[in-house]
Write a protein that binds this ligand. Structure first.
Ligand SMILES: CC(C)(COP(=O)(O)OP(=O)(O)OC[C@H]1O[C@@H](n2cnc3c(N)ncnc32)[C@H](O)[C@@H]1OP(=O)(O)O)[C@@H](O)C(=O)NCCC(=O)NCCS
Length: 173
């Protein structure tokens, strides 16, 4: 049985976070999007400066999932003012990013990360976990539904020059 652990990140993890963020984003969304839009988004969203600022935000937390000490995925949580959308209110904990590297998918690491978010939500005394997911990301939508999330709304998301729509999904505690 592999040994799976979840570990909080520190500022010292910024370079690895930058690498894994780019890699997982390209693998997950590259084939369904225009190369120029992907390039623009990645260049703007995933810079060392941004990673350092996000790691330093007191209302965000990052975690790596490690399989036998090898990084297999990561989770980014936001609360209060760090939430990327305020329409569901301050009682929510946002899963802003949850990514499992392709070679580790289907081994319940995603589920472990969702469970970690739910436990974190309880510790923060929040009422629900929510997230935004691209309407065309059917695989992730089914994964979240299986893990107790329901679609409760939507918001716009700009990928480069391409205006897209994310469903908002929510799991009440
Ligand atoms: C979505 C993602 C996080 C799921 O993680 P994962 O580790 O592969 O999923 P798990 O192995 O934990 O799956 C947990 C459950 O969901 C189910 N599930 C996973 N993928 C599924 C799919 N495509 N369709 C239906 N059910 C699915 C599994 O069968 C499992 O159910 P079980 O307990 O009955 O076996 C992962 O595939 C990923 O990182 N995708 C790319 C990035 C992405 O899209 N992230 C979300 C952006 S919002």
């Amino acid at each position: 049985m592999p040994n799976i652990t979840i570990q909080p990140l520190t500022i010292a993890d910024a370079d690895e976070l930058l690498f894994i963020s780019k890699t997982t984003f390209i693998t997950a969304f590259g084939h369904q999007n225009n190369a120029a839009d992907m390039e623009q988004y990645i260049t703007e969203a995933f810079t060392q400066q941004k990673m350092l600022a996000e790691l330093d935000n007191r209302c965000s937390a990052f975690f790596f999932a490690l399989v036998n000490n090898q990084t297999a995925g990561y989770l980014k949580l936001n609360w209060d003012d760090a939430q990327s959308d305020g329409q569901l209110g301050k009682q929510g904990l946002e899963i802003e990013r949850i990514y499992v590297l392709a070679e580790f998918q289907g081994q319940h690491i995603g589920k472990l990360l969702v469970d970690h978010a739910v436990n974190f939500c309880r510790q923060q005394n929040k009422a629900f976990v929510w997230l935004g997911v691209w309407t065309k990301n059917q695989k992730a939508i089914q994964f979240y539904q299986k893990n107790g999330f329901n679609i409760v709304g939507s918001h716009p998301f700009l990928l480069g020059q391409d205006p897209q729509t994310d469903y908002l999904m929510q799991k009440m505690l």
